[in-house]
Design a protein around this ligand. Sequence first.
Ligand code: 7RM
Length: 650
Amino acid sequence: MSINIESHQNEKRIFKPAKEFSRKARIGSMAQYQAMYDESIQRPDKFWAREAADLTWNTKWLKVLEWNPPFARWFVGGKLNISENCLDRHLQGPRRNKAAIIWEGEPGEKRTLTYQQLHREVCRFANVLKRQKLRKGDRVIIYMPMIPEAAIAMLACARIGLTHSVVFGGFSADSIRDRIADCGAVAVITADGGYRRGSIVPLKKNVDDALQGGTSTVKRVVVFRRTGQDIHIEEGRDVWWHREMEYVDAQCPPVPLDSEHPLFILYTSGSTGKPKGILHTTAGYLLGAYITCKYVFDLRDEDVYWCTADVGWVTGHSYVVYGPLAMGATTLMYEGAPNSPDNGRFWKIIEDYAVTILYTAPTAIRAFIKWGDEWPKKYDLSSLRLLGTVGEPINPEAWMWFHTVIGGGRCPIVDTWWQTETGGHMITPLPGATPTTPGTATRPFFGVDAAVVDDDGNEVPPNVGGKLVIRRPWPSMLRSIWGDKARYKKTYWSEVAGCYFAGDGAVRDKQGNFWIIGRIDDVLNVAGHRLGTAEVESALVSHEAVAEAAVVGRPDELKGQAVVCFVTVKQGVAATKELAAALKKHVRSAIGPVATPDDIRFAEALPKTRSGKIMRRLLKEIAGGQTVTGDTTTLEDFSILAKLGASPDE
Ligand code: 7RM
């Protein structure tokens, strides 16, 4: 397999961490990174044992790793509790009265929970769950808005050994029903509703619909009152959170749990229609979330850290809740949309709380670019010291905008590549050490043996595209797909013998930096030339008129596949035939004739999942002139489907 990476090779800008930043950072030079990386690969047991000693254990492990490919057990024989690691151990010293969670609701309410207060709420809610006869190993669905109670529910489950499965608040009743059925959940924790872009999401109503028919395994629904709207209460099944919390003990000792005790199941889409329940366990997952917060965000007690992800995604699990709290950090949670009440909301939050670290998604950054620089310019962003991105390849234009307009040119950017399956960052810069270049996630994190290989599993030379694989287990790796070991084996460990196959294509340059091209299934074959859709997209958004672009293949008799581009333009730009012609020329000159778009289709918006991933399957069907079929439950705005107009050429 080969991927055209000319446009990447042309990117020569290098940004070195400022001396001042490096001096204070835990890892302050590439030499230090390299020495630690080498140790993590050559003497993994020693490396991981040392890092794991940062955690609070009830029983020390006997063996760091037991590897029966493709099944791993980490810290075998050890026992710990994640909620104890995130809460109790911070109560002994000065963190006791430090803000653990700073929260802002979309309508504007503000709440701060100190470590002591959060600990108390988690203990009380864990006792509520115990009283509902929930027992260690039971599965519990959490379907909540972005409110502190979502984190409280997760930590309370973890405290007593319940396995949680958070379902994103934007998912439908059908998705909830499927997930309940797949994991055999016995309880649901939800809210009456949540706020999103000024309207109310009917969470409880969706749960009611999911449970309709009465055949569900769910026996109990706990409802938090967020909006106060009228909801149905099913007698004998539903209870109010606040009622249950009225008369409950605040003492709840954390249960020591086996290192491999199932912590959570998180559903993620695969190549088939049925989402996969990615299973993460206790000690290895915690260590992965913890150690990446420690070295990648270089989190400090003084930081005000904001990861904008929803807890319904893995990023919310590892980098809103578990990682930062295990570090004893202050984590900010915001309930709503970035354009509510206006396009300046994020920047206002950063100014109001003096946020120091901002971790967000390229898709959000491109929206901000489209909305215009006047919004961030209204606010004081000088508190920021570090920026991060995740979720998709970041195009150099978005990177540069983030760097200059938001980071004021002084903040390093960590472009972190990882997946639901990996639990934590895998390929990422370390902010005090790694020189960065827009578009590359740079180097593997400690213990990550990443490589780019061909179809036979042989490592390819520099600047040649291939499959991104991980050649050995790592602590926060998924342990299986819930209830389907065969699918786990087949999906992740069969494509390339002996390796974990990530599903992404990548290129490694001569300096050893990884450039993630995107999902392998997003690679086109145009007249025998393979072309990453992300590359064409990057070329398109480098044009001054373009806000966002998604590129898909359309079957073509002559070329195999034709390149179809869905494009949204920046405010004030007219979507004309002339512009379409100019964009074709632009892509052609950026990448080469093979990449010349066949169709440019202007759209008001692109169809995206609620986590911001463009739904390429829908676009492929639209591009191919088919009607849209299959699962569209993750689509954020259904009206977009109707609006995806025809090509101006037609
Ligand atoms: C954390 C998360 C995983 C997929 C992954 C990639 C893409 C994520 C980056 C990225 C390029 C990045 N989990 N991806 N981060 N591609 N650079 N920094 O997103 O399971 O929802 O998605 O996202 O394709 O395979 S996820």
